[in-house]
Each structure stands twice: as C-alpha cells, then as structure tokens.
Design a protein around this ligand. Structure first.
Ligand SMILES: [Zn+2]
Length: 425
C-alpha cells in the first residue's frame, strides 16, 4: 500500500435466532419475532501506516469489559492498538440483552463476537483506493426530553431544551471510478421510537436509516449515535412513526450526498486516553433507600440488587467509585469523531464544538461500552431518570452504582481544550 487512502466496508447480520430477552423498558416477556434485522457494520481506513476501524453494532450497548474483549481480538487480528478500534452502539431499545444468566443470551453474545470478526475480515478484504468528503446537515427529528418541574426533571418534550441537530455525513467514493461505496453518519437522537409495548427485534431509528439508505444507494451505511442522552425522537410509537422519522433523515441525506465535495490530501489520526473519573459520594444508607424508592415508583423496577450492593459497600463510611473511562477520537479528514462509554447530553457536544471553535467536532456517547449517563453540569441539580435513577436501575448490571460527579462534564471539556484546542479551523 502506498500513500493513498484505502477504505473498506462490510455489513453482517447479527439478528438473534429464536426469541430472547430484550434490553430496555424492563419488558417482562421475551421477543416475539423480528420486525427488521439487526446488523453490525464496519468501516476500515488505511493511509500510510495508520489504520482506523469503526464498527457499529445494533444493540443498546455491551459492558465496557465485553466491548474491550471484542476490540482486543480485532487489535490482535489486525496488529493494531485498541486506540485504533472504535465500537459504536446504536442504542436500539429493541435488541437482545447481552447481560443475563440465560444461555440463549450467552449464545447470542458469542454469535455477535463471531459476526464482528467476520465483518472485520470482510472490510479488510474489501479495501479499495478511496476519496472522501464531509458535509453536515441539520435534521430536526429530536427533542429534548427533560422538562423542569418544581426543581426536578421529568420526562416530556422540552421544546426549549438544547438539541444537537447536526448530522455529519462522510461520503466514500472509489478513487478511480468515483462510485460511492460507503457512508458514515452520526445522529444525536435516542433509538427508541418503538416503545415498551414492542416485543419485536428492530434496529429502530438508526437501523431504519441505514437499511433504507442502503436500498437506495446500494452500499453499506454506518449510522452512529452522538449526543442523545437527553434527546428523544420527536415522533414515537409504532412502525409507522419509525418509517416517517427515518424517511425524513433518509431524504435529506440522500439529496446531500451528490453535493458533498471530495477533500484532497486528507489526514487520518487517532487519540485515546483513559481518564480517572469519580461518582458522587453517598453518605448514608437512608439516602440510598430514598433513591431506590423513587426509582421503583417512577420506573417500576426491582431495586433490591442495587440496594444490596450499596449496603455491602457503604458500611459506616462514605461510598463512591473511582473509574477509569476512555475518551477516543478519530480525525478523518477535516472532521473529528469522538466517543465516550456513556450517554452524553446534547449540550455537552455543543459546548465542546464551541470551545474548540470547530463545528466538525462530534463528541458522542455509546462508544466502546455502556456505563449509564453523563449529565451536563446544568442538568445535574434537576435529577430525574438520567441523573439519579439510571444508576439505580442499571448500575448493578453495568458496574457504576452512582451518578458521575457534577464536575465530570467540565473535566471532559477541559480535556478536549487541552488536546484539540490548537486545531480549530
Ligand atoms: Zn438511553
């Protein structure tokens, strides 16, 4: 390979065989069939001695450990470092759970691992000389979902709340024929158009955007999720809402692609850092009981496992957790795709772009594993699901039992300022 850019894409089916427990919404029963199939997709890029790999997986999100296991295997196979492999979950709420003692779930996880490797090998096999171009469009299909009432955040459409409407589109064409052969997208909206009454497997919004565009454009389309922690789709409910909202995005992307200009002499680069973060400090078991009671009242979930873990850890002292969390950034030509293993809020991504004076910097969540939410500094005091109850509901499963402390967002913004602050356009 010479100085030229080579890019390869692939798409592999990861739909479960048979019915299986689902993740999200605490549905009491297993899936009852398949509305649309689930996929993992890979985009691999090589230029000089640099290789970058982005894999999108249609699932709510695996644990950081399980995702790391997959990344390590890819790294070993391709002789790369973990920092060069980014796994983006689409966060669809209509896919199998990956954490359970159920042997169907274990079997499913193993089959996803196998499929990801198949996808990597196919992308490698499909590498072709390429040219790329970026363009950002606005798709106003998301709405802020945190309304403030009497000092607390409750779920509902907050028309005045921040939303990151940017949808960056990366177009990849063959260097010689100029034929389109792959696209990467990012959208800052939750993949929960279908609600808890849906028991069918579905890729939800990102899945529908990808498969509809694939039918039209005839090549793999990777749709990743950006800053969607506090953003719901503007329309939710049934497959007809899903079709409607996906089509709004598909039409805009489709008409933009032919107009995207090819960049010359592009640079590809990666940076990954594990930073120490900390949760809030819990000072009494009574506070934990209050949180558990509220979470139970609002979300109807069994909080006994969480309370038992807190009781075990708390003893007489304060309880908090120290965590090492990865921030990973790929520069691909003039744009930056960055990710964190949590659900970040829209305003966080917007603040980072503003601080860097770079509208092509896209910080997103759902990257390299799941650990719950990262609320913005402003929203921290308003509590609610994303701040207070998500750790109670999912903490015992994903390993973070309490919210990240209020200063976390500021620390992440400073990290970007220190590491990418000199690169504004
Ligand atoms: Zn979520």
């Amino acid at each position: 390979m010479n100085d030229n850019l080579y890019v390869g894409f692939s798409k592999v089916d990861i739909s479960p065989v048979g019915n299986i427990p689902l993740m999200g919404y605490h549905r009491p029963s297993d899936s009852t069939g398949i509305l649309d199939r689930l996929y993992c997709r890979t985009m691999m890029m090589k230029k000089n001695n640099i290789t970058l790999v982005i894999v999108t997986i249609e699932n709510v999100g695996f644990t950081v450990d399980f995702t790391k296991k997959i990344r390590k295997q890819i790294a070993y196979e391709l002789k790369l470092t973990l920092a060069q492999i980014m796994v983006c979950f689409t966060h669809t709420h209509s896919a199998p759970t990956t954490i359970s003692d159920d042997k169907r779930v274990n079997h499913y996880c193993e089959s996803v691992e196998t499929s990801v490797h198949k996808s990597i090998r196919e992308a490698l096999h499909h590498l072709e000389p390429a040219e790329i171009g970026w363009e950002t469009i606005e798709c106003k299909v998301g709405v802020n979902r945190r309304i403030h009432q009497n000092g607390y955040a409750v779920m509902g459409d907050n028309e005045k709340g921040p939303v990151d409407h940017r949808v960056p589109i990366l177009k990849v064409v063959n260097r010689d024929s100029k034929n389109l052969f792959g696209v990467f997208l990012r959208i800052g909206v939750h993949a929960n158009v279908l609600k808890g009454d849906n028991l069918q497997i579905s890729g939800d919004l990102p899945g529908w955007i990808s498969t509809h565009l694939e039918k039209i454009l005839g090549c793999p389309i990777l749709t990743s999720i950006g800053a969607a922690g506090n953003i719901n789709p503007r329309w939710r409910g049934q497959p007809k809402e899903l079709s409607y909202i996906a089509n709004l995005v598909v039409e805009k992307v489709k008409s933009k692609i032919p107009k995207i200009k090819i960049e010359s002499d592009i640079l590809i680069r990666f940076q990954s850092n594990e930073l120490p973060f900390q949760t809030i400090k819990l000072s009494s078991y009574q506070k934990a009981e209050n949180l558990a009671r509220e979470a139970m009242k609002n979300w109807g979930v069994d909080t006994s496992k969480w309370l038992a873990e807190i009781k075990n850890e708390l003893k007489n002292d304060l309880f908090y957790q120290l965590l090492s969390m990865e921030i990973q950034t790929f520069q691909i030509g003039k744009a930056f795709i960055s990710g964190f293993p949590a659900e970040i809020f829209a305003e966080t991504a917007l603040k980072i772009s503003e601080k860097l004076n770079n509208n092509l910097f896209f910080f997103g969540g759902y990257t390299n594993g799941y650990t719950g939410y990262l609320p913005s500094k402003e929203e921290f005091a308003f509590g609610g699901y994303e701040v207070d109850w998500n750790p109670v509901v999912y903490g015992a499963v994903f390993g973070r039992l309490l919210p990240l402390e209020k200063e976390t967002e500021d620390r992440i913004i400073s990290y970007f300022k220190n590491n990418f602050g000199g690169e504004s356009q």
